[in-house]
Design a protein. Structure first.
Length: 273
């Protein structure tokens, strides 16, 4: 089992956030903003799915997962809260979160169904966020010109996503979840996640008035499809999820642990004496 520590990030998100807070780059700002808009509703769903999933296990197996699930819930609840604060700031720039209501409507469709569906959806989304986290932690220079508090926000979140990427997957396996449905949900989540991310990013850029600037498209091509682009580098590890013998722990590095160790002045451990 994975030991998950709940941390409180020591940053102030009551202060306004600049319009192009990510190095003055309109595309990266709009992209990160879009992702943040999805986090509160998504992370609440992940919390609910994991809580429901562990209750469906036999009592002895529940005990095995209890500490890890508590850590998972604590980390995700902290992410949900801090991104809600961040979203409040960026909405002052005239942005509208259209992703969240669409997500709520879709997620209602799995309410009351077999808990393995919620866990499979959560595991697929956690795989995406783990890929994004690995890219962020290995390309920290993308945030070098940002306010320190915002750089801390995204790297802290990335580090914790890498930490807890196995929890929902392991619960799904413990409940006898099949390879067939795990793969089906990954295909569905891939289409929905990428479509919604791009859709919200485009809407953010439209409202910002920067959608049709050449610099916006240059940045999008470089950061998504370039030699070090997110989508280009993430394709192979994404595809690995479809292998029958796949487990999230197979895609691990020291980047998460290293960042948390080197930046322990930026957070406190919840419950630590």
């Amino acid at each position: 089992m994975t030991e998950l520590v709940v941390r409180r990030l020591l940053i102030d998100l009551e202060k306004p956030v600049q319009r192009h807070w990510c190095n003055g780059d309109a595309f990266l700002t709009a992209w990160f903003n879009a992702l943040s808009m999805s986090f509160p509703v998504g992370e609440q769903f992940f919390i609910d799915s994991v809580r429901t999933g562990i209750k469906a296990l036999p009592e002895l197996t529940q005990e095995k997962f209890k500490a890890e699930v508590q850590g998972f819930v604590g980390q995700e609840a902290t992410h949900r809260r801090i991104h809600a604060l961040f979203n409040t700031q960026i909405e002052k720039h005239g942005l509208v979160n259209n992703w969240e209501p669409r997500a709520r409507e879709r997620l209602r469709l799995v309410e009351g169904t077999d808990p393995r569906h919620g866990l499979a959806i959560t595991a697929a989304n956690e795989h995406f966020t783990a890929l994004f986290a690995e890219w962020m932690l290995s390309h920290q220079q993308q945030l070098d010109g940002c306010e320190p508090r915002l750089k801390a926000l995204w790297l802290w979140h990335s580090a914790e996503e890498a930490e807890h990427k196995c929890t929902a997957f392991d619960l799904y396996q413990a409940l006898g979840g099949s390879q067939t449905w795990r793969v089906k949900w990954m295909r569905r989540v891939t289409m929905i996640f990428l479509t919604d991310t791009l859709r919200q990013t485009v809407d953010n850029l439209k409202r910002d008035g920067t959608l049709w600037r050449w610099s916006t498209w240059q940045s999008a091509g470089r950061h998504l499809l370039g030699r070090q682009g997110l989508l280009r580098l993430s394709y192979r590890p994404w595809r690995a999820y479809f292998r029958e013998d796949f487990h999230p722990s197979q895609q691990s590095s020291d980047l998460s642990a290293d960042w948390l160790k080197q930046n322990d002045n930026l957070y406190t451990q919840v419950g630590a004496s």
